[in-house]
Ligand binder design. Structure first.
Ligand SMILES: [Zn+2]
Length: 378
């Protein structure tokens, strides 16, 4: 007995669009995808759904949503509420992201993630610790008082085995190469970000095992003629992954296009804050009021403080502002982040044997329905 039979007008499997397909899901996985253009409707199907079925979006940087901020109260309920807010925009896999905070708050966050994983809260793939070892000069909206050396306690926390995928953003000029090596050898995914590193220091961090860059272009040393900086090292390196906040505020479409042409491994992230999925005009972050004006969130120092972006709009912007094809835009939100996290055998595209985390889009790229591991959530 299959738990889900879905016939859709169009399906994008990660490579091609196919018309009139029937997807059969059993125990959370896709067991068959068949062309039903000319054949009879399979028994148990509920008619053909208008729209395009694509793999669910994976967002590796989510601070908040639905009025909730992970840093504010890093517990199980907060994770559930943020997840729900983002599901409406097609996010079926995500990393709750804790920005620079005290050790106690980091431990609370880790415990909440472990609980969420144990309780199978839909979509929680792990955790992203953005900080606390960042460059003070490039800290953006992170609280300076909590930026600090990594102690044994943080290293132990990052290498806990009950957290799923662990991403750590750090400034490589502030840590010994050996620390990056140790972390990555233990399975932690190290991203370079909030950093004033030189090209040299960045390249050394990549050789030591770092595989990603957090919000490319933002809060990092720029590419200049004689000093290519973090941005230059990121664009030059083909293997590593770069997150990009495509909200029309953080990155100029031309800069984003340059990155797309240079990097096979670009991925869309939201860096979302509490206003996503609700009408909140302001919230508190790291002791400062953050105000929303349109799509821009700024703290009282005038620094950008995350975004009001959701994944559906990130994909739409990659399509419309960057001028990418829909399939290219979708891949930046699906298979690329899945490859970054090393979960592309299960997630990131639609095929037999893959988990049924899927989104149905209308032709404005808006989310009509979504499923996580075969269970409908929208
Ligand atoms: Zn950041």
């Amino acid at each position: 007995m299959s738990e889900l039979v879905l016939t859709v007008e169009k399906l994008f499997d990660g490579n091609h669009f196919h018309e009139q397909q029937t997807v059969i899901v059993n125990e959370g996985r896709i067991v068959s995808i068949e062309d039903t253009a000319s054949g009879a409707q399979p028994a148990g199907g509920n008619g053909s759904l208008a729209g395009t079925l694509v793999a669910g979006y994976i967002d590796v940087q989510v601070n908040g949503g639905g009025g909730y901020l992970f840093n504010q109260n890093p517990d199980l309920d907060t994770i559930k509420q943020i997840g729900k807010a983002h599901q409406r925009f097609g996010t079926t896999g995500w990393l709750p992201t804790l920005i620079t905070d005290s050790l106690v708050q980091m431990q609370r966050a880790a415990d909440a993630i472990a609980k969420a994983r144990l309780a199978n809260v839909p979509g929680v793939l792990g955790v992203h610790f953005e900080g606390p070892r960042l460059s003070v000069a490039k800290r953006g909206a992170h609280a300076q008082q909590f930026i600090r050396e990594l102690s044994e306690a943080e290293l132990e926390l990052f290498t806990r085995t009950d957290l799923g995928k662990v991403v750590v953003t750090l400034a490589p000029e502030t840590v010994p190469k050996e620390a990056i090596k140790q972390l990555t050898e233990k399975g932690v995914i190290v991203c370079i970000g909030h950093s004033s590193a030189t090209y040299e220091q960045t390249s050394e961090a990549l050789s030591a095992g770092a595989t990603g860059f957090t919000h490319l272009f933002n809060a990092m040393s720029p590419l200049t003629s004689r000093e290519p900086g973090v941005v230059g090292a990121a664009l030059e390196d083909k293997e590593s992954f770069c997150g990009l906040i495509m909200d029309g505020v953080h990155v100029h479409p031309a800069a984003a296009k340059v990155a797309f042409n240079a990097k096979p491994n670009l991925m869309l992230v939201t860096d979302a804050m509490p206003p996503v999925g609700c009408d909140d005009e302001h919230f508190e972050l790291a002791g400062q009021q953050v105000l929303r004006q349109g799509n821009t969130l700024t703290n009282s120092e005038g620094n950008l403080a995350g975004s009001a972006l959701d994944m559906a709009n990130a994909v739409k912007n990659a399509n419309q502002l960057m001028g990418l094809s829909l399939s290219q835009a979708i891949n930046l939100a699906t298979i690329n982040p899945a490859r970054f996290l090393g979960i592309d055998k299960e997630y990131g595209s639609l095929g037999v044997g893959k988990k049924a985390s899927m989104v149905l889009l209308n032709n404005q790229c808006e989310v009509v329905a979504s499923w996580i591991d075969g269970v409908q959530v929208v």
